[in-house]
Design a protein around this ligand. Structure first.
Ligand SMILES: O=C(O)c1ccccc1N[C@@H]1O[C@H](COP(=O)(O)O)[C@@H](O)[C@H]1O
Length: 213
């Protein structure tokens, strides 16, 4: 079976982008959410996207964005997909997809089996579901290094493409893949040395661990 696809999210530097491409990750993530320590100004996103060119898929992360922010991020980051990581409804996800003509990845916050079932609501509205850990009220809605109970996804056979996020790191991603069968894994905090600072060695170790699962 082919290895899961890999997304390294929250890149803020050329060094981290180079490490992500060298490790043969499939996607990099650019954060367009001002409260995040990984938030990118448009000019930074533009420079990183130009450096990456077509060597890697570029996914823009947004949280309940207005159309103007989406438009600016999509243009600056030359995005290939939009990740919606807030409380966007199926109708809003479908609207974003139709308006901007890009695949939409919808993150779903998970703390119970019922949350896994919510993926079905986005069947006609999104292209991929990203299951991530629910974070505490008042905290960032992701990028906190928090895991959820992976057994909730054991044997998962949803109708849509999906991925796993939340607290994944070089030391646990193999176990996470074995527990869930995730076809895509996404990490941010687990490959950092400090919030917003990616560690090239940890990026390489994460990608190697995915392939060695
Ligand atoms: O990375 C952020 O700062 C962020 C901010 C707001 C929403 C989501 C965010 N990150 C995404 O959250 C998941 C899990 O991250 P982690 O590996 O647990 O740190 C992942 O998709 C990040 O891209």
């Amino acid at each position: 079976m082919s290895p899961p696809k890999i997304k390294i999210c929250g890149l803020t530097s050329r060094e981290a982008l180079d490490a992500t491409i060298a490790a043969r990750a499939d996607y990099c993530g650019f954060v367009f959410y001002p409260p995040s320590p990984r938030n990118l100004a448009p000019e930074t996103a533009r420079a990183l996207a130009a450096h990456a060119g077509a060597r890697i898929g570029k996914v823009g992360l947004f949280v309940d964005p207005e159309d103007a922010l989406l438009a600016a991020g999509i243009e600056a980051g030359s995005l290939d997909a939009v990740q919606l990581h807030g409380g966007e409804t199926p109708a809003r996800a479908a609207e974003v997809r139709a308006r901007f003509g890009l695949p939409v990845w919808k993150a779903i916050a998970v703390s119970s089996a019922a949350d896994i079932g919510r993926a079905e609501e986005y069947r006609e509205a999104a292209d991929l579901i990203l299951f991530d850990a629910r974070t505490p009220k008042g905290a960032l809605p992701g990028g906190m290094g928090l895991k959820f109970d992976w057994s909730l996804l054991a044997g998962y056979a949803g109708a849509m493409p999906w991925g796993l996020a939340g607290g994944l790191a070089p030391g646990n991603v193999g176990e996470a893949i074995r527990a869930t069968g995730a076809p895509l894994v996404d990490t941010s905090t687990g490959v950092e040395s400090a919030p917003g600072e990616k560690d090239p060695g940890r990026i390489a170790a994460f990608c190697a661990a995915v392939r060695a699962r």
